[in-house]
Design a protein around this ligand. Structure first.
Ligand SMILES: C[S@@+](CC[C@H](N)C(=O)[O-])C[C@H]1O[C@@H](n2cnc3c(N)ncnc32)[C@H](O)[C@@H]1O
Length: 204
């Protein structure tokens, strides 16, 4: 099993943990979508008990890495890593019995490195998975009213689009509109270090 290493996770995990501690429901399963290397899952799960943490990703290499980091963390709060592609119209985990209800969905640094349709897929799935009062928490760089919030985000956006024309930093307003159509209200936008934001959505 190959552990991948994503240095940014070590920079953003502490500020993110503080937001998770103050905003996640006290109990239930936290479904992490696009868990990447798995470092966040391994770090957050033991610190957010008694919540249960369920890391997922669509990519086989990432799934192996998540599995390796989580095996090492050896936390009772970690559920088995699962495949989840937000573009699938039924997620595999919907067919399974989980030990508790999913009360929150966490998605870190995916929307700008995935086609825009993934935003629709994410909220369509969140609507199927969550009950009233459930939370979706997104983290990443965002534009506000079509404008970048930092010069560094603007050059990052140019780089992303050069690599893949369907990628790019998303507008908060566009994300919020997709969420609203699925029944989610944007309750809070939190400024984070390095020109990132957390968006907190509540399912009505
Ligand atoms: C930049 S990485 C972020 C990983 C991790 N959350 C982090 O912050 O280090 C983007 C992630 O989005 C995942 N991803 C891209 N498209 C996806 C999709 N359709 N469904 C689920 N995950 C997806 C990739 O596999 C990758 O793990």
């Amino acid at each position: 099993m190959t552990k991948r290493y994503a240095p940014a996770t070590e920079r953003n995990r502490e500020p993110l943990l503080q937001v998770l501690q103050s905003h996640l429901p006290q109990r239930g399963v936290v479904l992490e979508i696009a868990a990447g290397s798995g470092q966040h899952a391994a770090y957050f799960a033991p610190r957010l008990a008694p919540r249960l943490w369920l890391p997922t990703d669509k990519d086989a290499v990432n799934l192996a890495s998540i599995h390796a980091w989580c095996a090492e963390a050896d936390s009772e709060s970690l559920l088995a890593t699962q495949h989840l592609d937000v573009l699938e119209t039924v997620w595999e985990i919907e067919q399974q019995a989980l030990p508790e209800d999913v009360t929150a969905i966490v998605n870190i640094n995916m929307l700008h490195i995935a086609p825009w349709l993934c935003c629709h897929g994410l909220f369509a799935g969140a609507k199927r998975m969550l009950r009233q009062g459930g939370i979706v928490l997104l983290y990443g760089p965002f534009k506000e009213q079509g404008q970048h919030t930092a010069v560094s985000n603007e050059s990052f956006d140019t780089q992303l689009r050069a690599e893949n024309a369907s990628w790019g930093i998303r507008d908060v307003e566009a994300v919020t509109e997709v969420a609203r159509e699925a029944g989610f209200d944007c309750a809070e936008m939190i400024q984070m270090p390095a020109n990132n934001h957390v968006l907190v959505f509540h399912y009505q």
